[in-house]
Design a binder for this molecule. Structure first.
Ligand code: ZN
Length: 183
């Protein structure tokens, strides 16, 4: 391993432990209520598995929910991980002051204007969320709610088409498993 690679691994692991610390009291919404950190780890691992080697993207994936879902600020991320990582997290963070429906609409509207790196994080997020819904859906979600979520995720992903064919193929694979409408 070169010194540069060693440095990158150390920064990536630093982001993973920062995220683990910030999300330590949170659980995923799914029925198995897994530790929240499993979700950012799943994004980073999916991206790395698809050949993504940019440490900035992997770190942003690990940190992508820290501002939206914990008391972490962008200034803190910038201080600890630099302006590029903080900038990507900013691009994929919803404004929680807005009503949920508006936030969901804005994700679709903003998708085409994201930086390439932010698109990769966003795509991985949508793939992981759909996979989670299939494996461990929130207990109060019926088929219709799941179907709506799948369609919304696709509406966010479609404007980003062309950014990463391999990730898009993985998205299409999981989207194809959209639950059937309740009879
Ligand atoms: Zn997420």
């Amino acid at each position: 391993m070169t010194e540069v690679q060693g440095e990158a691994i150390s920064r990536i692991l630093g982001a993973a432990s920062f995220a683990a610390e910030r999300h330590r009291d949170q659980r995923r919404k799914g029925k198995d209520a897994s530790p929240y950190i499993n979700h950012p780890l799943a994004l980073a691992s999916l991206l790395a598995g698809c050949g993504e080697r940019d440490p900035t993207v992997l770190m942003a994936a690990l940190l992508h929910d820290t501002v939206e879902d914990t008391a972490t600020t962008f200034a803190e991320l910038e201080q600890a991980f630099g302006p590029e990582v903080a900038g990507i997290v900013r691009e994929v963070t919803d404004d929680k002051a807005l009503p949920k429906a508006e936030r969901k609409r804005l994700q679709i509207e903003h998708a085409a204007h994201l930086s390439r790196r932010a698109m990769l994080v966003k795509l991985a997020d949508k793939i992981c969320n759909l996979r989670d819904i299939l494996v461990s859906p929130p207990t109060d979600w019926g088929a219709q709610r799941k179907r709506e979520y799948f369609d919304w995720a696709k509406a966010v992903v479609d404007p980003m088409r062309g950014v990463h064919p391999r990730l898009e193929a993985l998205f299409d694979e999981v989207y194809a498993r959209k639950p059937a409408a309740a009879p």
